[in-house]
Design a protein around this ligand. Structure first.
Ligand code: SAH
Length: 388
């Protein structure tokens, strides 16, 4: 295995189990590893610290282990079993859940979501892409008979510069039965073409809470994607639910999902429209609004503009929501921390001149755990607000 030597003093974060090696920390290497190759990290005193996947970029090594051990199928089985034990401890395991959340499960670069009998696996690093077949074998052994399909979906998550020519496709099975369930509600998961692994599992708990606030309300679900919040609102007894997304495909799936759970129910209507346009022209009679936009800032440099975007969006909602209305507002930008987001929402409320109380502070669910040594893993935050 090729070895990478750190500059003096640059081992400190690794000794505290932070799972990344940045390019600036590297003193020299034996010879340039290939993208995705396993490498060993050594201190300036030639002491072993960790083993990980090498990749060209500002994060050069993603650490898999801090112990001298082989990275093989057995290694992945151990990590996957540990991840599954955590999900059982949370009380998950039957419906849809995230089994592997990258660094949060000590597997940087890997995401695995389980939808009933199908696992959707996504590599965010070249190393995980190279290991995909042994990971799939390990997954089969850990999940046993309950697993019938593994769909590999990494076309859009790998660095294009690595020229891997990766294709999405099944590594096991091939079923196109795409209905999964969550808290007893059912939905189609478009794992072939959809965003992320086909569904936003990370909003499960927040959708459940939304359901509890929906009774008798007129609900607007902005950035609805496949309608997750909409069908929870309907089950919660909403008077009316309007779903908005700029993608026609998302709107088609939203309609299909509402129909699947509430056939023939005419409380729901979906609109393929830009959110900002819709908010400008919308009626003012909604008394429950959900704002769950895509990440406005993917990197730190985009932070200022992202914060402006959150202010603009939330201000429009504050201006239009009925007195006594409830606003569920989210940010999934990892680069925006919860205080910055809260400040943006505060600015929006002040600009709209509304009296606002914070009822709940929301976050990612327990199957998207944060490795305590990797605080960067915290990304989803939300506020539930009462607007007087
Ligand atoms: N709330 C959803 C997830 C939202 S993902 C859920 O629970 O599943 C963000 C969505 O915003 C995507 O579906 C994307 O198509 C949509 N989107 C992005 N830009 C938009 C815009 N300007 N107007 C409306 N929708 C937009």
């Amino acid at each position: 295995m090729k070895q990478i030597y750190l500059k003096r003093g640059k081992e400190d974060s690794l000794l505290r189990f932070h799972p990344w090696v940045f390019s600036g920390a590297i003193h020299h290497m034996d010879s340039e590893p290939e993208e995705g190759e396993l490498v060993e990290i050594l201190t300036s005193n030639n002491e072993y610290i960790a083993t990980g996947h090498y990749q060209i970029g500002s994060i050069m090594v993603r650490i898999l282990t801090f112990e001298h051990e082989a990275i093989n199928q057995q290694f992945y089985e151990k990590r996957l079993q540990a991840a599954l034990d955590v999900r059982y401890a949370i009380g998950l395991g039957d419906e849809s859940f995230r089994l592997v959340h990258g660094e949060g499960d000590n597997l940087p670069g890997l995401v695995i979501d389980i939808y009933d009998k199908t696992a959707v696996m996504q590599a965010h690093s070249v190393g995980m892409h190279r290991d995909r077949h042994i990971i799939a074998d390990a997954l089969k052994n850990v999940l046993g008979d309950r697993l019938e399909n593994i769909y590999y979906k990494s076309e859009t998550t790998l660095p294009y510069k690595a020229e891997l020519h990766q294709e999405n496709g099944f590594l096991l099975g091939g079923s196109t039965q795409d209905i999964a369930s969550e808290n007893g509600l059912r939905f189609h998961v478009d794992w072939l073409h959809g965003q992320k692994t086909g569904f936003f599992i990370d909003q499960r708990e927040n959708r459940k809470l939304l359901g509890e606030y929906s009774k008798g309300r007129k609900v607007l679900n902005m950035f609805c994607y496949t309608g997750g919040f909409s069908f929870y609102a309907m089950r919660g007894g909403a008077k009316l639910v309007h779903s908005v997304d700029s993608s026609q495909k998302a709107i088609d799936l939203t309609n299909a999902n509402v129909e699947l759970n509430f056939p023939g129910d005419n409380r729901h209507k979906a609109f393929a429209e830009d959110a900002f346009k819709f908010l400008d022209n919308m009626p003012t009679d909604y008394d429950l609004i959900i704002l769950d936009p895509p990440a406005f800032a993917k990197h730190k440099d985009a932070l200022r503009n992202a914060l402006k975007g959150y202010i603009r969006l939330n201000k429009k909602a504050f201006e239009k929501i009925q007195p006594g209305g409830i606003l569920f507002t989210f940010s999934c930008s990892q680069a925006v921390d919860k205080n910055q987001f809260r400040t943006a929402v505060f600015s929006a409320a002040a600009a709209a001149g509304r009296k606002v109380r914070i009822l709940h502070q929301l976050h990612q669910p327990a199957d998207h755990p944060i490795n305590i040594y990797h605080p960067e893993g915290e990304y989803l935050k939300g506020l539930v607000l009462y607007v007087e």
